[in-house]
Design a binder for this molecule. Structure first.
Ligand code: ZN
Length: 79
């Protein structure tokens, strides 16, 4: 398996556990937002040198990266 593909899979697994895709650290809630009329929890990596943010529909549930960070788990789309 290609390295980029492997890490993309790892990133996806970490996100599905509500963890930072880069560091694997559980992401605490840092705010709230409403997307398409649905309340979501905004979570973020606790590391100072990392500002990855994601949203969850339930606390500690599967996280979805915010659009600014989607490229992290889709390396094949980066030119
Ligand atoms: Zn991080």
């Amino acid at each position: 398996m290609a390295k980029a593909q492997q890490s993309a899979r790892e990133h996806t697994r970490r996100l599905s556990e509500g963890c930072c895709p880069i560091h694997g650290t559980p992401m605490p809630q840092i705010g709230n937002d409403v997307i398409d009329g649905q309340h979501v929890y905004v979570v973020g990596c606790p590391r100072k040198d990392c500002d990855v943010q994601a949203t969850e529909t339930e606390p500690y549930g599967p996280a979805t990266l915010r659009s600014e960070w989607v490229h992290l788990i889709q390396p094949t789309l980066v030119s």
